[in-house]
Design a binder for this molecule. Sequence first.
Ligand SMILES: *Cc1c(COP(=O)(O)O)cnc(C)c1O
Length: 414
Amino acid sequence: MDYKNLENQDKDVFLAISREKERQINEIELIASENYVSLAVLESMGSVLTNKYSEGYPKHRYYGGNQIVDIVEEIAIERAKKIFNAEHVNVQPLSGSPANAAVYFAFLKPGDKVMGLKLDHGGHLSHGHPVNFSGMLYDFVQYEVDSKTGKIDMKEVRKIALKEKPKMIVAGFSAYSREIEWQKFKEIADEIGAYTFADIAHTAGLIAAKKMDNPVPYFDVVSSTTHKTLRGPRGAMIMCKEKYAKQIDRAVFPGMQGGPHDHITAAKAVAFGEILRPEFAEYGDQIIKNAQKMAEEFKKREYKVISDGTDNHLMVVDMTSKDIDGKTVEVALEKCGISVSRSTIPNDPNPPIKPSGVRFGTPAVTTRGMKETEIVKIVEWIDKAIGNRDNNKVLNQIQKEVEEFCQNFPIPSV
Ligand SMILES: *Cc1c(COP(=O)(O)O)cnc(C)c1O
């Protein structure tokens, strides 16, 4: 897109957007929750649908003039149902956290007990952290990953569940690199009559590509963002069994939100259309191959990878294995044009602002067409930058090489 009108009207914002575009073109993106949308998704987000108000659901709106918006929302719903084999889908949640708020709102009362994975073990803020609404409104008990294996121990999950008897069990995480045993979660929940809630914000694209196990057939309710591995617009969705359809829809609107963002709904529909093409399965496959190669390359250089590898698109690397913390690595890599996010490691002795780990993810670089050969090169740069973190001359040299390398892998969103 050329943004000509913006350029004529508002130089300041135009300039900022142009600079961000250059940054995205010239830098390597390894933040596991980020991706690049296609121009078709971007055009839908920039469409006239943003002008419309459509509180309610298709054919039951509180505003006139929604015949066309209804078509758009129905396309998004039908495609999502097909991708995930879902009985019911709500495509209106504005983002992942509000989607989760709606799920809790639909099934729980304030003060109810819920079980979720601890944030520093790979969970998400909205899974019961005390600074988040979830931790303030509900009585969360938290499970952890096993300190030796870095994996979730289902025996431990069962033990806590039987002791605490939560009303809901949450599975699905932000910084966990292994396959999740959805069926075992379901069996444990059934023993105590708890609801099952899967938050697949991170891995939804890999599930859609049929490279990871899908919780939708087993779980009562499943939420996902649409902007991470699904490669759609910033937003979210909720899937559930038909018997919960009404309570989920009511929790989203009027419970949590007002009018849906129809331009984003259109972009979700377009992204879902892309996912239904055969190329998307290849994309999912390559994301995982790239992540596994990356983990292997880190291990070869004696970095400690949490859980010793990955089944999905991400990994957390314990930087204390190199006598450095995650924040210092993040800053050194930023100077080289490589974006990563610092991350806690399980039982992290350091505070979240300066944690021990770094999370690396491959969805964005895979969208640019990078494969195993490029991953080796990227890990070489990362290792060199870490070894020379105080040497700006070396970091500048890496930055030049990264920029040159990036020109061979165009991003789709420009
Ligand atoms: C990213 C993420 C979310 C929140 O998404 P936002 O759109 O940033 O609110 C929720 N749950 C999990 C597991 C996530 O990884």
